[in-house]
Design a protein around this ligand. Structure first.
Ligand SMILES: *[C@@H]1O[C@H](CO)[C@@H](O)[C@H](O)[C@H]1NC(C)=O
Ligand SMILES: *[C@@H]1O[C@H](CO)[C@@H](O)[C@H](O)[C@H]1NC(C)=O
Ligand SMILES: *[C@@H]1O[C@H](CO)[C@@H](O)[C@H](O)[C@H]1NC(C)=O
Ligand SMILES: *[C@@H]1O[C@H](CO)[C@@H](O)[C@H](O)[C@H]1NC(C)=O
Length: 350
């Protein structure tokens, strides 16, 4: 009788262990990491922004006076599983001897600085070397042999100065020669495709051998992105280099998008939208990115589909709490929302 009891107990224990393994293991792979909601977690934020030496004045919200700190305590909870906690030491070990590059506009910079803070907070005593140029920033964690680079490129495709003026060349990607040497690439673009007037850094746009003064900006984005996708297919060695595309990061200037008509910035937002639905739906670029990726002959680009989860975070922007005192509801405070982008990146690499 005693023996039967022990056998039963053993059976029970084995069953329990198996169930736990199944939940902790299969779950992240099979679940959609981009569908879920934001929940309060008092173990957040993942790092102390004051102790992070990489945050630019544009994203350093606490330093520039933000006093409502609720935004720091939200954790992204996917519907079907829990994201693994970011393990910076493990990340550094996995990438020993490797080079990581974020390529794109200031939202890539935002994302890059988030990863640096996450890594630094895991190894605060570790030496690092930082090299800052206009077009790129390199941070090397020397003891780990890990290099993290930001490569500034607003359009991914080229802008060249010719006799007519500055030409946005939607069919050309010259910097790819540098990018393809890296082990992990995280791309993003869109913001600058909408720029017009004095903020527009080109005078003509060229596509399919034709130069014109302007064109539909969404179609320009599609053309530029298709050029990029072709470049990935033909030039990137997918056995060596992992490629991610960081989806469109949403801005919050129109309260009507989240059900507060009349509000025209994010200054007073202290809470995420609750639940998992964003009233205005997704920006048009989300579909274009998906179409371009599906159009590729090999599925070698992983989409960091961060648009909706970020839309829900109307509370996550610097607003006026930044080092240039303008109203910014486009970028994100650090610590903050981009940490979750990197958590998902990390989960996708495990
Ligand atoms: C954050 O870091 C700063 C500077 O290292 C330190 O003075 C402060 O006490 C830290 N805050 C918390 C909450 O740990
Ligand atoms: C960064 O810019 C400097 C100066 O232009 C250049 O020498 C270096 O090769 C660049 N690094 C990368 C990774 O693009
Ligand atoms: C934010 O709140 C302040 C104080 O309640 C108010 O004066 C201001 O108009 C609000 N701003 C926006 C954009 O809603
Ligand atoms: C698919 O790729 C082709 C060739 O690059 C391009 O002409 C076409 O516009 C792309 N389709 C979409 C939906 O982007």
């Amino acid at each position: 009788m005693g023996k039967i009891l022990i056998e039963e107990l053993r059976f029970l224990l084995v069953t329990v262990v198996l169930v736990v393994l199944a939940e902790g293991n299969g779950a992240v792979e099979s679940c959609d990491l981009f569908e879920g909601s934001w929940v309060v977690d008092n173990s957040y934020p993942l790092y102390n922004s004051t102790a992070c030496p990489f945050i630019r004045k544009e994203f350093d919200c606490i330093k520039f006076g933000r006093t409502n700190l609720d935004y720091l305590t939200y954790r992204w909870q996917p519907n079907g599983c829990t994201l693994p906690r970011f393990d910076g030491k493990d990340f550094l070990k996995r990438f020993k001897g490797k080079r990581i590059m974020y390529i794109g506009d200031s939202l890539s910079l935002n994302n890059f600085e988030s990863l640096l803070c996450l890594l630094h907070s895991a190894v605060p005593q570790a030496k690092f070397k930082q090299e800052i140029y206009t077009e790129n920033v390199t941070v090397t964690f020397q003891e780990y042999g890990v290099e993290v680079v930001l490569f500034h490129s607003n359009y991914l495709v080229d802008i060249e100065v010719e006799h007519v003026g500055r030409v946005l060349k939607l069919d050309s990607i010259k910097n790819g020669l540098i990018w393809k040497e890296f082990d992990l690439l995280i791309f993003n673009t869109w913001l600058w495709y909408t720029r017009a007037g004095t903020g527009q850094p080109w005078d003509f746009v060229e596509v399919g051998g034709k130069i014109s003064k302007d064109m539909d900006r969404v179609e320009a984005f599609r053309a530029g992105l298709n050029t990029w996708a072709k470049w990935v297919e033909t030039d990137v060695d997918a056995t060596k280099t992992k490629v991610f595309f960081q989806g469109t990061s949403p801005a919050h200037y129109h309260g009507s998008d989240w059900g507060e008509a009349g509000v025209n910035n994010c200054l007073n937002e202290t809470r995420p939208v609750s639940g998992s639905t964003y009233p205005s739906g997704l920006p048009i670029t989300v579909n274009i990115v998906k179409q371009v990726l599906m159009n590729m002959s090999k599925p070698i680009v992983n989409l960091l589909d961060i648009t909706k989860l970020s839309q829900l975070r109307k509370d996550g922007h610097p607003s006026k709490f930044n080092g240039f005192k303008g109203m910014d509801c486009t970028h994100w405070c650090l610590a903050g929302v981009p940490d979750t982008w990197n958590l998902i990146l990390y989960a996708s690499l495990l």
